[in-house]
Design a protein around this ligand. Sequence first.
Ligand SMILES: O=C(O)c1cc(=O)[nH]c(=O)n1[C@@H]1O[C@H](COP(=O)(O)O)[C@@H](O)[C@H]1O
Length: 239
Amino acid sequence: MIERPIIALDFPSKDEIKSFLNKFPQGESLFVKVGMEIFYQEGPAIVHWLKEAGHDIFLDLKLHDIPNTVEHSMAGLARLGVSITTVQAAGGVEMMQRAKQGLKTGTTAGEEVPKVIAVTQLTSTSQEQMQEEQLVQASLEESVLHYAKIAQQADLDGVVSSAWEAQKIHDATTQDFMCLTPGIRPEGSEVGDQKRVVTPGKARAIGSNAIVVGRPITLAADPYKVYQNIKKDWKETTK
Ligand SMILES: O=C(O)c1cc(=O)[nH]c(=O)n1[C@@H]1O[C@H](COP(=O)(O)O)[C@@H](O)[C@H]1O
């Protein structure tokens, strides 16, 4: 269980991240998500900078390529000392196995190998869209559960899904298989482009092991207050 909500740092520049983090108490260690938006601008330096400031990093680059490319890319990412990385489950079992191998190869001796989890169906995807655009005939839930099973078969540490699927994922895999869930919205907040949203407390109750929250915190007038409320709802709900 990751007790701190993971904050998605979806900003276009380091300066904007800096002013956002200045709204938190000095010395507060956060679990932050570095995604494509900031990584493609600032590169590995942003990871080093956040780590030096005492934060834990979920590096979410959703790798999806041929197994050889993914393995060697993951070896490079492991050298950054992040806690969690992602691949797309649609890349297949061999690609996922090689992602894990790359992380093991790239991790410095004595350091912990970063976890790697697979994105199943994005929380912005509806069943209708999946069936029409991906030409997948299964239900959205069947697709997510299938991806979870093949991710476990590939020896990954877990999956990214909507919290709605968390309990069923644990039933289809094992209780210790991580279910990290974005698409989190506190009661009454803007849904935006997300489709399958859940409140922090409900996510915990359904079996989520970690939540990722972006805009409800990053766009708030008082991000720290919203963060604390989300953390409270998430931590105080029991399964
Ligand atoms: O892999 C992810 O983190 C991810 C997977 C997914 O299915 N849905 C999803 O929203 N995300 C990420 O989670 C974050 C959600 O941001 P907000 O919608 O602003 O809370 C974004 O950084 C997305 O890239």
